[in-house]
Design a protein around this ligand. Structure first.
Ligand code: PEP
Ligand code: MG
Length: 589
């Protein structure tokens, strides 16, 4: 008799590939906290329960702090000090205990009540410091609540399959990414920044699962197939063994592919493709170098800003980091993108409002030009780190010639200042622009005359050309890199770059996908900046490809007008060109 292979099978959207086995750990913000009546004889036990949760929270904060300090430095780790300080305040604990003792309330409710009273004290104060304390209070309550309800604890280690409402950076920061086997979320799109980070750590993510908490109970063993987007709840031993074998084979393949890191990415008919990597952190740069990256094609500097609590990172701090990375990479290029903050608003920029459409708002170069002091600090830091000559600057979200000129004139000012102050810097530092706003594509020829290189950001390009929010899984089906208009935009900008003889790279996630990478190479792109996890796969892909063949296929594709026809053509003609098992490479979605 055939035994059941799993108790439940759930289908979602695969937004980060890979296989994973883990125990479900729920991670949700507490919604409504119920008030329960605690009888006299249970009061002591309730206070003990509170004390235990406080101790666990304190220990957790300490270890989180030391981990973040090791990974990102003392200043970043400081974000946990405020939580620690509030928790250590004896008046707070006394108040929670009083609320348990007198109105006979449960510890969760008493803690919320006491922390709300504390928040109310901060509320009336206009000072940014107190606004920040208000947020810290909320964060601390969430931590305490997780310990009180048993939703935290041992699950922070071991084979974790995180089950959450949504992906955000704060959530990932709470875990050691090396312990996370997989993530299941209700909402989150393929090109959201957290999905990009999960991919770079090879953590499979499946999104778009409604009622995720009910369907995947806490502590349940689950298997994630991050290629097909399927989750198996309570798998049979046989299914577990199958997936363990897949994980093992995947590791082995990756190991073999990384072994090819010294081989150049050259097609069978001799076309050289430069493979750089996108990075957000120092650790990613180090691991990219270990995998044979030929440079950092996109350093998303905003992560530096997101980690700060009281104000933007200082010029010295930025300069030290950029210089360290430039030196480690030398002579490989290090392309730093200036601050590109989108919907993840910076806490200390309190005059930048939360708006309903942050992706159409004050982000990227617009924010930098609106805040010239902030921008010039970053430009000065980049310049100070440029002495070796391998640092380049790329400006995000450019939509007009004036933005390029205004940014360059601030750069010239920064250079002049540094000269006066006797700092050394690369006076010929290259400046490029992100090509990601439709207006930039229509004005590509004009903009290309003004800059040294183009970096094509397909993540935003697709979002803006097709009017599809890149983070919204409800319209994920419409987010189509193979849409004929997207492909023609790419072809046209490559034509402009070759006419004007300036380099153009593609640094959106499209470059990290096997099929799309083939199309880009067939279109003439010779520089791809990849998600680090994709680098070994794409190198193998390039080495097994004949440019002439894909070039002809791409010419055919560009003559097609219907997305459906293009998809059909790609499945028939390009899919077979991908070497061996398609899962060996990032699969087309
Ligand atoms: C892009 O838009 O394609 C890009 C590379 O930048 P980001 O994903 O950071 O917006
Ligand atoms: Mg972008």
């Amino acid at each position: 008799m055939k035994t059941k292979r799993y108790r439940r099978k759930i289908r979602g959207n695969a937004i980060s590939p890979g296989y994973a086995l883990g125990n479900a750990v729920h991670y949700f913000s507490p919604g409504h906290v119920f008030r329960l009546y605690i009888p006299d004889d249970a009061i002591d036990a309730e206070i003990q329960r509170l004390q235990l949760a406080v101790d666990q929270s304190r220990r957790e904060l300490m270890s989180l702090r030391s981990r973040i300090r090791d990974q990102s430095g003392e200043e970043t780790a400081g974000i946990f000090d405020a939580h620690q300080m509030i928790l250590d305040d004896p008046a707070l604990l006394e108040r929670i205990v009083a609320l348990i003792q007198t109105p006979h309330a449960n510890a969760e409710w008493a803690a919320r009540q006491a922390l709300e009273e504390l928040q109310a004290e901060y509320e009336g104060v206009a000072d940014e410091f107190f606004k920040q304390r208000e947020m810290d209070t909320q964060g601390l309550f969430e931590r305490l609540h997780r310990h009180l309800t048993g939703a935290a604890g041992h699950e922070k280690r071991g084979d974790i399959a995180l089950v959450a409402d949504t992906l955000n950076l704060a959530l990932l920061a709470d875990f050691d990414l090396n312990d996370l086997r997989g993530i299941v979320v209700s909402t989150g799109g393929y090109t959201s920044h957290t999905a990009i980070i999960a991919r770079s750590y090879s953590i499979p993510v499946i999104s778009g699962i409604i009622h995720v908490r009910e369907r995947i109970p806490a502590h349940e063993r689950i298997v994630l197939d991050g290629y097909s987007g399927i989750i198996y709840v309570d798998p049979s031993e046989e299914l577990v063994r199958e997936f363990e074998e897949k994980v093992r084979q995947e590791r082995q393949r990756l190991h073999a592919l990384i072994g090819e890191k010294k081989l150049p990415a050259v097609t069978c008919d001799g076309e050289r493709v430069i493979l750089e990597v996108n990075a957000e952190t120092e650790a990613e740069v180090t691991s990219a170098l270990g995998m044979g990256a030929e440079g950092i094609g996109l350093f998303r500097s905003e992560f530096l800003y997101v980690c700060e609590k009281d104000g933007p990172p200082s010029e010295d701090k930025q300069a030290a980091l950029y210089a360290r990375l430039a030196q480690r990479l030398y002579p490989l290029p290090f392309t730093i993108r200036t601050l590109d903050i989108g919907d993840e608003k910076l806490r200390y920029l309190n005059d930048v409002k939360n708006t309903p459409n942050p992706i159409l708002g004050l982000r990227g170069i617009r924010l930098s030009l609106a805040k010239p002091v902030l921008f010039k600090t970053q430009l000065r830091a980049i310049l100070r780190a440029s002495t070796l000559g391998n640092v380049k600057i790329v400006l995000p979200m450019i939509s007009s010639l004036d933005e390029v000129r205004d940014a360059k004139s601030l750069l010239a000012e920064a250079q002049e200042e540094l000269k006066q102050e006797k700092y050394a810097f690369d006076a010929d530092i290259e400046v490029g622009i992100m090509m990601e706003v439709p207006a930039a594509f229509f004005s590509a020829a004009v903009l290309a005359r003004e800059v040294d290189f183009l970096s094509i950001g397909t993540n935003d390009l697709i979002q803006y050309v097709l009017a599809v929010d890149r983070t919204n899984e409800q319209v994920a089906g419409l987010y189509d890199p193979l849409h004929p208009t997207v492909l023609r935009c790419l072809r046209d900008v490559m034509d402009v770059a070759s006419q004007q003889r300036i380099p153009a790279r593609v640094c959106g996630e499209m470059a990290s996908d096997s099929i799309f990478a083939l199309i880009l190479i067939g279109m003439g792109v010779r520089n791809l900046s990849l998600n680090p996890a994709a680098l070994p796969y794409i190198r193998r892909l390039v080495r097994s490809t004949t440019k002439e063949k894909i070039h002809r296929a791409v010419e055919d594709i560009l003559r097609l007008d219907s997305p459906r026809e293009i998809h059909r053509y790609v499945m028939e003609h390009l899919n077979p060109l991908i070497p061996s098992d398609p899962q060996e490479l990032h699969q087309p979605r």
